[in-house]
Ligand binder design. Structure first.
Ligand code: FEO
Length: 398
């Protein structure tokens, strides 16, 4: 009985991945409004068959049942590990124990396969940049692509069918659709994913895009989310995101206790909007970190509003600010506003956290209690200066 949906995306190439419809958080960090998928692909040549990546722990048996709709697991010859993270490699121990496959991975991947999945060294074959694997009428070529998303990551390219399997790169967290054209919000979802996963490795992403430029590609089949047949749709935005191209846009994050900081934030937003700056606002009391990551991909400036709490920032503002520091978005300018009850200190702490980043501080204002009309005027001035900086700055980032 053919119970499972195992679509053949090209002759002899089958999607055997899993859709995790109910997953709502990733890395205990990233909300997944549409779930996600762990995409694995079976490439059946005339002589040999290879599985490209596996699935998250817990879905091993389902993966094997899907494979067995095409071939018997005992006929599987190779397992390609593009990436060692458990969402793609978690089923490796099960596959290795129930078959005779040889694991192919990068040099760094070899060590990880031993540490994470206890794969014996003698069952691992290291593949290097440009190496090929013949499957009969199909050829796999391996492409080094480090830090997309871990140091060991690589891409696999199926020469005859012109399919690139880039694992996390070009991914999106959604369980919807097999092909990208079926998913209405695919570019915002891909952008959100880029912000969360790829943004810290922009320069490596840019190098990878250069490297694959000469490849003849008809399909990009990532390991999360849908498959691309209309390649320019995703390549165009990836070229912008990896070069850190920003818009005349400010992301505004704030938290308020007695609405005084919020009043300050409302004033600067009015100024930014009247200067035709795009604004994306988040009240940190209930903000979706994934949406913030998405907006950070192309924002040129950040405005942070936080009251002082016991000599420092409000705790709700510390978390996203730390995240910004590690995600390394292409932000160029900032402004910080704060109201305190009986003692300041919030702005000092914001500046400490931002100091290692190349973000120019355009203006700060720390006030006691509600803003006076003088304070409002100062905020309008900061908003105008910030708008001018945003408008005069080139769009290209680092
Ligand atoms: Fe989808 Fe880096 O794992």
């Amino acid at each position: 009985m053919k119970k499972y949906n195992v679509p053949e995306i090209a002759e002899g190439v089958f999607f055997v991945g899993i859709k995790d419809w109910n997953r709502r958080i990733f890395d205990a960090l990233i909300p997944l409004p549409q779930g996600t998928s762990y995409n694995a692909y079976l490439v059946k040549g005339k002589e040999k068959t290879a599985l490209i990546d596996t699935v998250n722990v817990g879905f091993e048996k389902e993966l094997v049942k899907k494979i067995e709709q095409v071939i018997s697991l005992t006929d599987l010859d190779y397992l390609v590990m593009n990436h060692a993270e458990p969402d793609h490699a978690g089923a490796i121990p099960y596959i290795m124990q129930t078959s005779e496959v040889v694991l192919l991975t990068s040099e760094k991947g070899e060590k990880m396969a031993q540490i994470y999945y206890q794969v014996p060294k003698e069952r691992i074959k290291i593949v290097r940049d440009g190496d090929i694997l013949e499957l009969g009428d199909k050829t796999l070529r391996f492409i080094d692509a480090p830090f997309l998303h871990w140091p060991e990551t690589m891409f696999t390219y199926l020469v005859e069918k012109k399919i690139l399997f880039p694992c996390d790169f070009f991914g999106a967290h959604t369980a919807l659709g097999l092909y990208a054209d079926e998913v209405e919000e695919i570019i915002p979802l891909a952008k959100r994913y880029f912000g969360e996963i790829m943004m810290p490795f922009r320069s490596m992403g840019k190098k990878a895009l250069e490297k694959i430029k000469e490849l003849k590609m008809e399909i990009i089949a990532p390991s999360h989310g849908p498959i691309y047949k209309n390649l320019e749709r995703i390549l165009e935005v990836y070229r912008k995101w990896t070069t850190g191209e920003t818009k005349e846009k400010a992301i505004v994050l704030y938290v308020t206790m007695w609405n005084y900081t919020e009043t300050m934030i409302k004033t600067i937003i009015e100024t930014l909007l009247s200067e035709h700056i795009e604004v994306s606002l988040y009240n940190l009391i209930n903000a979706d970190i994934g949406r913030i990551a998405e907006d950070l991909v192309d924002s040129r400036a950040i405005v942070l509003g936080t009251p002082a709490v016991l000599g420092g920032m409000h705790p709700l503002a510390i978390y996203p600010l730390h995240l910004i520091r590690v995600l390394r978005p292409p932000l160029k300018y900032s402004a910080v506003l704060s109201s305190y009850g009986w003692g300041g200190g919030a702005i000092r702490q914001v500046l400490e956290i931002l100091s290692p980043m190349k973000i120019e501080i355009i203006g700060t204002l720390e006030i006691n209690g509600p803003p006076t009309s003088d304070d409002e005027q100062k905020i309008v001035e900061i908003g105008k200066q910030l708008s001018n900086k945003i408008k005069l700055s080139p769009s290209q980032g680092s």
